[in-house]
Write a protein that binds this ligand. Structure first.
Ligand code: GLA
Length: 733
C-alpha cells in the first residue's frame, strides 16, 4: 500500500514557527502518551499517539514534523471534529443551534490536569464555539500503571434557546500508521463473541447496534485494533477498546487520505438526537481503551488489572461458587423439589443455590416464558411458604440462597401490563412485536425507575437472607416510543439515551442500599456486557451456550477484555457428548458454577465434582487476582492452553483443552511454553481435577525451573483420551 504524497518541505518549514510556539496538551500514562496541539486557527489537533517520550518538552516538537498540516483539505486530525464548517470527513459532533444553523466550530480555550488519586489523573480541555457560546469539554482520565485511557465529552448549551445534538461522540482518536487490522465481534444468542479480523481499507467501517436494550446481542461494544500487522500474544501494537454504555453504540473507523485512522466512538445517534435546553449539559458515555506495544497478552492484562482495581464492582473481592437450577428444572419445580436440590449444592460443596426463572406470578403464573413477567410475587402454588422459607431451608443446609429477576421487562400476559400499559415501550397505535414474548419497560420514566428499584428492594426487605442476584434482560426494543416522554413534551429521540441513564440510576440506588450483594449481569447470556454495566455488577453470564468446546473459544475471546473473576462459567448438560471432566475443567477457568441435577450423578461423577470444587477453592485466588496468559490459541492449534499466575509468582494453574479430534492432531506433541513465572524459582507440576482412578504423568514428582518452563515449556499430554488437563505449578523451597 502506498502512502499519499506528503506536503512539500517548503510547507513543513513554513509551519515550523507556528508549531514551536503552539500550545501542546500532553496526556500520558506510565508508558504511552497522546499529544494534542492547538493550531493557528485555535483548532485542537491530535499530533501523537504512541510510546511516552522521555523528555516532556519533546511533545512540542512533534507537530513540526507533520507535513500535512498546511491547508484545510489536508486536515483530518481534529481531537473532536465538529460538523458544518471546515470538516468534510466524519464528524464527532453535530449540532443544530438554537437558530437552526447546522455549523459548529470549536476553538481551544483552556485545559487543566488534576490528580484524582494516586496513579489516576483527569485532563479537561475546554473548547468553545465563539459564535454560539456553546462549549465542549473533552475529558481524558488516565490510569497510569495499567495504561488505560477513559475519554468522554460534555456539551453545554450556552445559547438562549434549545439546541439539538445530532451526533455526540465520546472520543475522536487519530492514529498514524501504515496499516490497521480490526478484530470485531459478532454473534447472536448462544453464539457470543465470534471474532472476525480484517484490514481496514480506505473509506469508513462502521460497527454499531440499534437494538436499544440487550443492545449487544449481535455485537458487543468492544474491539481490538492492531497496527502495522496482526499482533501476537507477545508482540505487536494493540489497542483494546470498550464503550462503557449499555445501549446503542457506534464505532467509526475512517482511513483518511493520509491513510491514517480516524476513530470516532460513542453512543449511536441513530434515532437519538438529544435536545438541550439553554444552560443544560450533556455528558456522553465513556470510551475506555488500553494500548500496548508488547502484544495482545500485555494489553489484556493491563485491562484486567484496571478492571479489577477501578471498574468491575468489587473487582478485588471474593466470589461465590454456586448451583443454579435453570437447566436442571427450567420452569418445572416446586418448593419441595427446590429443597431437595439444596442438598445437591451442599453435597457439591458450593457456596450458594441460585433459584432461576419461574418462581413468581399468580394470575398469570410464570410456567413458561409466555406469561407472568412483571408480577414479582411468589407463585403460591410452587412456593406456598415464600422465598423466606427457601432462604432458611438453604441456610440450614449450609448453603446461601440467591435469586433470578428480570425487572426491566414485562409479558403482555401479566398484571403489570394490564395495569400500567403506559409504562411499556410500545407504539400506542401499532401492532406489538415481541422478543421472547416480552416487551421492555420505559426506564426513561422516573416512576418506572422507582418500580424497578422497588422490585429489587422489596425482595430484599421481605427476605433479608438473600445473598445473590442474577439480573436478566432478554428483550430488545421494538416500536421505540415512550408515553412518558410524550406527556412531558420531550422528543421521542431521547428514549434510547434516557433508558440507559434510567437503568444506571436504578443500579446506583441498588448499590447504595445493597453494596454487599453479588449481582450477575445476564442478558439471555452475554447480550449486554460492557464496562458501563459492570460498574454495578460483580460478574456476567458469558453465554447460555455452555457446550464446553464453544466455551473454550468464547472465554478465549472475552478474555481480551474481561478478567476471569467476572466471567460466570457453569457445568451443565447442554452438551452431554463432552465428558463431565471436560465440562468442569472449562467452567473452572471462570467463576465456577453448576447447573445439573446432582442426585443424578454417579458416585464417581459426584466424587470428581466434589474434588473439582475443592481444587477450585484452593486456586481461585490465582484466577481472580492473578495475571492471565493465553498460551495457545484454539484458532491456531488443535488444543488451547491458558495460564494464570499469582502476583508472587509462586503459584500458577494451566488449563489445556483439545479442540480438534482429527487423528493427526488429537494429541499434544510439543511442549507449551509457560509465562509469568520467576526464572530463578523451581516449580513442582501436579495434575488437578483427575477423574477417580485416572492415571497421570504429572504425579508431582517432577520439578522444573521457571527458566525451563518458560523457555522449553511443558507438554500437558493432551490426547483424545485426556481431552482436558489442569496443571498446578507451585514453587518449591
Ligand atoms: C435467560 C438466561 C438464562 C435463564 C433464562 C431464564 O435466557 O440467559 O440463563 O436465566 O433467561 O428464563
Amino acid at each position: 500500500m502506498t502512502r499519499a504524497p506528503r506536503l512539500s518541505v517548503l510547507l513543513l518549514v513554513l509551519c515550523l514557527p507556528i508549531c514551536l510556539t503552539a500550545q501542546v496538551v500532553t496526556i500520558a500514562s506510565d508508558d504511552y502518551a497522546i499529544a494534542l496541539q492547538v493550531d493557528a486557527l485555535k483548532r485542537l489537533e491530535t499530533v501523537y499517539f504512541g510510546p511516552r517520550l522521555a523528555d516532556p518538552a519533546d511533545y512540542a516538537a512533534i507537530g513540526g514534523q507533520l507535513g500535512y498540516r498546511g491547508t484545510n483539505e489536508d486536515f483530518f486530525n481534529h481531537a473532536y471534529t465538529p460538523a458544518g464548517t471546515w470538516n468534510v470527513a466524519e464528524p464527532a459532533l453535530e449540532i443544530a443551534h438554537a437558530d437552526g444553523n447546522p455549523s459548529t466550530e470549536l476553538s481551544y480555550v483552556s485545559h487543566q490536569t488534576q490528580t484524582l488519586e494516586e496513579g489516576v489523573s483527569l485532563t479537561t480541555i475546554e473548547l468553545m464555539d465563539s459564535l454560539y457560546q456553546t462549549r465542549v469539554r473533552l475529558h481524558y482520565k488516565v490510569y497510569s500503571a495499567p495504561n488505560v485511557f477513559e475519554q468522554w465529552a460534555t456539551i453545554r448549551n450556552g445559547e438562549s434557546g434549545p439546541i439539538m445534538l445530532k451526533k455526540y461522540a465520546s472520543a475522536n482518536l487519530y492514529l498514524r500508521n501504515e496499516r490497521f487490522f480490526l478484530t470485531q465481534y459478532h454473534g447472536s444468542w448462544a453464539e457470543e463473541m465470534q471474532p472476525e479480523t480484517h484490514e481496514l481499507t480506505a473509506g469508513t467501517k462502521v460497527l454499531d447496534t440499534k437494538l436499544g436494550t440487550r443492545s449487544h446481542l449481535y455485537g458487543p461494544p468492544t474491539f481490538r485494533l492492531e497496527f502495522d500487522q496482526p499482533a501476537t500474544e507477545e508482540t505487536g501494537k494493540v489497542l483494546l477498546a470498550n464503550l462503557a454504555w449499555s445501549g446503542n453504540f457506534r464505532f467509526e473507523f475512517e482511513r483518511d487520505r493520509h491513510e491514517n485512522l480516524r476513530l470516532i466512538a460513542g453512543a449511536n445517534a441513530f434515532a437519538a438526537e438529544y435536545q438541550l435546553q439553554a444552560g443544560e449539559s450533556f455528558e456522553t458515555p465513556h470510551f475506555i481503551y488500553t494500548y500496548s506495544e508488547q502484544g495482545r497478552g500485555a494489553a489484556s492484562r493491563q485491562l484486567h488489572r484496571w478492571a479489577r482495581q477501578y471498574r468491575l464492582y468489587d473487582g478485588e473481592g471474593e466470589r461465590l461458587t454456586l448451583l443454579n437450577n435453570w437447566e436442571a428444572t427450567y420452569f418445572d419445580f416446586d418448593e419441595e423439589k427446590l429443597v431437595e436440590l439444596f442438598d445437591g449444592a451442599a453435597e457439591l460443596g458450593v457456596d450458594l443455590f441460585l433459584l432461576d426463572d419461574g418462581w413468581f406470578a399468580n394470575k398469570y403464573p410464570r410456567n413458561s416464558d409466555g406469561a407472568g413477567l412483571g408480577d414479582w410475587t411468589e407463585n403460591r402454588e410452587k412456593l406456598p411458604h415464600g422465598l423466606g422459607y427457601l432462604v432458611k431451608e438453604a441456610n440450614k443446609k449450609g448453603v446461601q440462597f440467591g435469586i433470578w429477576i428480570e425487572p426491566e421487562m414485562v409479558n403482555p400476559k401479566s398484571e403489570l401490563y394490564e395495569n400500567h400499559l403506559d409504562w411499556v415501550i410500545r407504539q400506542p397505535d401499532r401492532r406489538e412485536f415481541y422478543y421472547r414474548n416480552q416487551l421492555v419497560l420505559d426506564l426513561s420514566n422516573p416512576e418506572v425507575q422507582d418500580y424497578v428499584y422497588g422490585v429489587f428492594d422489596r425482595i430484599f426487605t421481605e427476605n433479608p437472607g438473600i445473598a445473590y442476584v442474577k439480573w436478566d434482560c432478554n428483550a430488545v426494543i421494538y416500536n421505540a416510543f415512550s408515553d412518558y416522554l410524550d406527556r412531558e413534551g420531550r422528543p421521542q429521540t431521547h428514549l434510547y439515551t434516557d433508558y440507559v441513564r434510567g437503568l444506571y440510576r436504578v443500579l446506583e440506588r441498588v448499590r447504595e442500599k445493597y453494596p454487599e450483594v453479588p449481582i450477575m449481569l445476564c442478558s439471555g447470556g452475554g447480550g449486554r456486557v460492557d464496562y458501563g454495566a459492570l460498574q454495578y455488577f460483580t460478574e456476567f453470564w458469558v453465554s447460555d451456550n455452555t457446550a464446553p468446546l464453544d466455551r473454550v473459544y468464547m472465554q478465549w475471546d472475552y478474555s481480551y477484555f474481561y478478567p476471569a473473576i467476572a466471567m460466570c462459567a457453569h457445568v451443565t448438560n447442554w452438551d452431554r457428548t463432552a465428558s463431565l471432566k471436560y465440562r468442569t475443567d472449562v467452567a473452572s477457568m471462570g467463576k465456577l458454577g453448576f447447573d445439573i441435577e446432582v442426585d443424578e450423578l454417579s458416585e464417581a461423577d459426584l466424587a470428581f465434582c466434589q474434588q473439582a470444587v475443592r481444587n477450585y477453592k484452593s486456586y481461585s485466588d490465582i484466577l481472580w487476582k492473578g495475571e492471565m496468559y493465553r498460551l495457545q490459541s484454539p484458532y491456531e492449534h488443535p488444543y488451547a492452553s491458558f495460564q494464570f499466575v499469582d502476583p508472587a509468582q509462586a503459584r500458577s494453574v494451566m488449563f489445556s483443552y483439545l479442540v480438534s479430534r482429527r487423528f493427526e492432531t488429537s494429541y499434544a506433541v510439543e511442549p507449551v511454553r509457560l509465562q509469568g513465572l520467576d526464572p530463578a524459582k523451581r516449580y513442582r507440576v501436579t495434575e488437578l481435577n483427575l477423574y477417580p482412578d485416572a492415571h497421570t504423568p504429572f504425579d508431582g514428582s517432577a520439578v522444573y525451573s521457571g527458566d525451563f518452563l518458560m523457555k522449553v515449556g511443558i507438554n500437558p499430554a493432551v490426547t483424545a483420551w485426556r481431552q482436558s488437563v489442569v496443571l498446578q505449578i507451585e514453587a518449591v523451597e
